[in-house]
Design a protein around this ligand. Structure first.
Ligand code: KIV
Length: 286
């Protein structure tokens, strides 16, 4: 199966087939996700927390994003990849936004970029990037780059007025030219209202079951990232525990000289070479 295009995503919306979207930040994970049949991969700026150990997404740079998008592209050559625009890579001007979106396409071969917000500046950036020929995914709701203004990492659109405002924001993003939108951390009723009114694919993360597709942060759903788990995450595995146990077994084996095993994990040598080697060594050291 070749790489999906926006036409496939629009067809999936038409036929009601759900779009499966998952984050990845490195080659190995991307390879496994492609093998598993994920439709779309997001190299999110959640990279900052998941792979780089920061507390927020703010310190993530364009160079970080380019490097990780490149690794994900190598791991998933046949999957549609969305590269996130990190904090301060698009806020300053349309020119800055187009140049940085262009870097993700040119240097890391992503298929689309994603940026947060729906205010007049952001819709201007969406328009400018789209006019440069690059696909843009919008992102509204719980937008981590607006953490200060949102007053923390909490669900959005829970009051009637805030819910209505999100429906309007989704329309603004659509009208600005985005090919799709991600809606994060909102009540299911808001996810549904946005999806019913949209003319483009609506992906949800913590936005209920009605959206055209679902996104999760892979490290949450496999049980690797345990600093904080949002309510909307379903855990499909406990890879963190599996890995920690494997590391602990290795620590024990090395300390007890149980690893490596001389018959299983060690390179051998022909007997005559070994005998000659010992003889040479003895001569050398006389
Ligand atoms: O960076 C990211 O992974 C994201 C998701 C949290 C939606 O933008």
């Amino acid at each position: 199966m070749g790489k999906k295009t926006i036409h496939d995503f629009y067809n999936m919306v038409e036929t009601g087939e759900k779009i499966v979207y998952l984050t990845a930040y490195d080659y190995l994970t991307a390879k496994m996700e492609e093998k598993a049949g994920v439709d779309m991969i997001l190299v999110g700026d959640s990279l900052g927390m998941v792979s780089l150990g920061y507390d927020t997404t703010f310190p993530v740079t364009m160079d970080d994003m380019v490097r990780h998008c490149q690794a994900v592209r190598r791991g998933a050559p046949n999957t549609f990849i969305v590269g996130d625009m990190p904090y301060m890579s698009y806020q300053i001007s349309d020119e800055q936004a187009v140049a940085n979106a262009g870097r993700l396409v040119k240097e890391a071969l992503v298929d689309a970029v994603k940026l947060e917000g729906a205010g007049p500046q952001v819709t201007s950036r969406i328009k400018a990037i789209t006019e440069a020929g690059i696909l843009v995914m919008g992102h509204i709701g719980l937008t981590p780059q607006f953490m200060g203004q949102l007053g923390g990492y909490k669900a959005q659109g829970r009051s009637a007025k805030a819910a209505l405002s999100l429906v309007k924001q989704a329309k603004l993003v659509e009208e600005a030219g985005a090919f799709s939108i991600l809606v994060e951390g909102v009540p299911a009723a808001v996810g549904k209202a946005i999806t019913e009114r949209a003319n483009f694919p609506v992906l949800g993360i913590g936005a209920g079951s009605y959206t055209h597709g679902q996104l999760l942060i892979y490290a949450d759903m496999v049980g690797m990232y345990d600093n904080f788990t949002p309510k909307f995450v379903k855990k499909y595995s406990n890879v963190g525990e599996v890995l920690t146990n494997a590391f602990a077994d290795y620590v024990k084996d090395v300390r007890n000289s149980q690893f490596p095993d001389d018959t299983q994990h060690t390179y051998g040598m022909k007997e005559e070479e070994r005998a000659e080697f010992l003889a040479l060594l003895e001569k050398e050291e006389k």
